[in-house]
Design a protein around this ligand. Structure first.
Ligand code: UDP
Length: 212
């Protein structure tokens, strides 16, 4: 990922969580996207890691959107690259853009919130800017669909759908304490903080277990 960014290659990274994997069973376009050999898939969630291991794949650990964002942004900042943030509420996207400009003065940062405007038109703007890193935080699987629709028009750029990462990276929402991250129970913390997530968790993560 970092080498693609530095060497000016085009890459689409999907952090595959149970939600997108379950949806892909019924939705053919998602299936096509996940099976596309040019798409790099990383396991996002302990159940995905365990599922891979049970089926003989050497997966080691989960890789979340926030972790990837932090690493890629640090690399982009160090290399004076150009980053585009698409998604989240206006105040959150704006705050994250400001924070990145302060943390990495040599990095170019452009952004658009995830609620106003036509997403295809926003992508036309991104095409003109030609950023090195494009983080799309619109939630699964809308962000992946949008990237897949447009990525063919780019010559370079690392694209990742990063869910709610802007909310935490901007400092608006707290990420789970380290204990939860270390013990792979971040999901428990998120449900405790936002009980409305429970239904979504059941529909995706609990039902996913029978697939492993
Ligand atoms: N979002 C957005 N536009 C929309 C719907 C959602 O920008 O029309 C953003 C929302 O503000 C949040 C992210 O998409 O920042 C989705 O976050 P969520 O925590 O649901 O994603 P997860 O990390 O659980 O996949």
């Amino acid at each position: 990922m970092i080498s693609s960014m530095k060497e000016g290659r085009r890459e689409f990274v999907v952090t595959a969580n149970p939600e997108i994997l379950i949806k892909a069973e019924r939705e053919r376009d998602l299936q096509k996207l996940l099976l596309d050999e040019s798409v790099l898939i990383v396991p996002d969630g302990i159940s995905v890691v365990r599922g891979l291991q049970i089926n003989g794949y050497p997966a080691k650990e989960r890789i979340t959107g926030v972790d990837l964002c932090e690493r890629l942004l640090a690399a982009a900042g160090g290399g004076a690259m150009s980053v585009y943030l698409l998604g989240a509420k206006e105040e959150i996207a704006a705050a994250l853009a400001e924070k990145l400009k302060a943390d990495y003065p040599e990095m170019t940062v452009n952004y658009h919130n995830g609620y106003d405007g036509d997403k295809d038109e926003i992508f036309e703007e991104i095409k003109a800017i030609k950023p090195d890193l494009i983080l799309v935080a619109l939630g699964v699987p809308a962000q992946e669909r949008l990237i897949y629709k447009h990525i063919g028009d780019f010559d370079k750029g690392v694209f990742i759908g990063v869910g709610g990462s802007f909310d935490t990276l901007s400092g608006f929402k707290k990420r789970a304490p380290n204990f939860f991250i270390r013990t792979n129970t971040e999901w428990l913390y998120r449900i405790a903080r936002e009980p409305s997530r429970l239904k979504r968790f059941y529909e995706n993560n609990v039902k996913f277990i029978r697939y492993t």
